[in-house]
Design a protein around this ligand. Sequence first.
Ligand code: ADP
Length: 459
Amino acid sequence: MTIRTKLTLQFVLLSASLSLISFLTIYILSAKNQKEEFFRRLESRAYSTAELLINIESIDSSILKTIDINKKDVLDFENISIYDENFEEIYTNNDTLNFNQILDDLPSFLFEVSANGKQRISDGELSVVGMKFNSKENSFILVACAIDSYGLGILKTMRLILVSVFLLVLIITGLTGWFFAGKALLPISSVIAEVNKITPNNLSTRLQERMNNDELAALTQTFNNLLNRIESAFQIQKNFVSNASHELRNPLTAITSQLEVALLNKRSPVEYEKILLSILEDIKRLNDMSHQLIQLSQMENSGTVFPFENLRIDDLIWETKNELINQKPEWTVKLTLKELPEFENKLIIKGNPHLLKICFNNLIENACKFSPDKMVKIEIQVHSDFLSIKFMDNGIGISSEDLKHIFEPFYRAKNASEINGYGIGLSITKKIVELHRGEISVVSDLISGTTFIITLPLS
Ligand code: ADP
């Protein structure tokens, strides 16, 4: 079911319920009022009859009957009867309609009237009222009945009018609902049409922004922001493939040309050894790169589960530093703890030691690799519920243009081209920090060097 149909139906349902409630209330109250009015009329007729018969001595039953029969406003099926204390009928204005035929049990009705003073009954269209009438000497019971043809006729007309108006309300609300729902949804249809035109080949297309400040303007803005993100992710993906193939091709071309040159002539064992060592160097590079690529794909695979444990951050950095220095004794790593925390547990975080070591290793390696003095200063600072770790160097720095891209896979700044690397390390580092619900930022310029700052939540 389309939203337009749904909205129209809801609109019709709401107006139908409201109209039904109001129409029913009007009808029920009118019917009640009409009935009450008719009972009162019956009672007053019965009283006047009794007054005439009982209180005016000159009028007897036969005169009264003649008066009653000749009245112009006799009601349909009207019968006014008077009973004495023994429930004997002393007068009736209608011999054809007997109360014994109308009431199931006339004596018990009369008994109830004499006990309660008054009794009203409705039997189908017929209304019956019974009441006590006291003269100076005796007390009587008056019973009157009639059909309120006039009132019932009015109610019938009223029913007809209300049903017709109700149907008219349904039709009008259905049509107007359909019209307004269509009008309200028209901009959505145009947004759908615009979005449908966007394909991977024209990802730079944006939806037309709306002037007004409504939900649709917000939706269009959200769509455009999403498109911005998709376009940049798409661009990164494209760069990734072209950079990866480029990085893979360089060592493979070097290996191929070295082997071709070696095979051109017969050479001495020393020359072969030299060539083999150079090829081994290229293969090691390839190996390193594929290792880093595997790490990156593991990090990007949301299905991989890395077990977390409580870790002391200074110990972990210390271990990473020692392992690195064993391989690169020429590097200097200075670790300081800014304002030693009161409790040691303030240095404990929840994390995966293997991943965090990769992360610290990359940052230390970069700092030393890109600094002529081969030195990095690491500073740990504990805050209320997180800790920050700074990796500071006095190296070649990163230009503001390159800073925007250094976390993209395979991106290498122009000033780093002479130094070994593949441009994958920082992408892995960022993913690891994010996996630990932390953040990574960088401050750098081409004069004073680079500082990477990691924040990690405390355990
Ligand atoms: P790699 O170090 O293998 O080139 P990374 O992903 O670790 O790859 O780093 C990406 C790029 O960021 C580097 O090529 C370099 O241009 C820049 N970079 C990272 N760390 C530093 C640093 N400490 N000093 C200067 N440039 C850096």
